[in-house]
Write a protein that binds this ligand. Structure first.
Ligand SMILES: [Cu+2]
Length: 167
């Protein structure tokens, strides 16, 4: 009887170890990228942050371009694009070359509607222009600005930029 119980325990423990090893193997076989692709909507940018470095008001506006991509398995309808400040504007350029915008800060003029959608795997560009002189002489120092892209079906994508502004 005792030997029987020991034998059952050994088999049960062995099976438990086998199962936990199987779980570890399947977790390794599923990279994070593949999990993202399974979601119906996922809007990403490979380079969501940009540093303009030191720039000067006297030299005028600076710009950078972000590439955004629908990493999900379903089409994403574009909903809103807006910036965190009136000195920053973003223009959307879709794969066909069609431009929309420029989009600015909510509350500064009417919020322009965005139309169109991104198919799975499709990319678009956001051309962002920052005007370091927009705030006048008080605009010197470190700045941080954000452009937000909202779609129907994915978490909002925030694209950030920093700069050190000199007169
Ligand atoms: Cu501003």
């Amino acid at each position: 009887m005792l030997y029987g119980l020991i034998a059952i325990s050994v088999v049960a423990i062995g099976f438990g170890i086998y199962q936990s090893q199987q779980k570890a193997v399947s977790a390794q076989a599923t990279p994070a990228q593949a999990q993202v692709a399974q979601q119906p909507g996922a809007l990403i940018s490979q380079r969501p942050n940009y540093d303009f470095g030191t720039i000067s008001m006297a030299a005028g506006k600076v710009s950078t371009t972000y590439r955004i991509k629908n990493e999900g398995a379903a089409p994403l309808a574009l909903d809103k694009i807006y910036t965190s400040c009136m000195c920053t504007e973003a223009t959307l350029v879709t794969a066909s070359g069609r431009k929309q915008g420029p989009f600015g800060m909510p509350g500064h003029g009417p919020l322009k509607a965005v139309s169109g959608q991104l198919a799975p795997g499709e990319t678009a560009l956001l051309e962002v222009v920052f005007d370091p002189a927009a705030h006048g002489p008080s605009g010197v120092g470190r700045i941080e600005r954000v452009v937000t892209v909202e779609t129907k079906g994915a978490a909002p994508l925030e694209l950030g930029m920093v700069a050190m502004v000199r007169p």
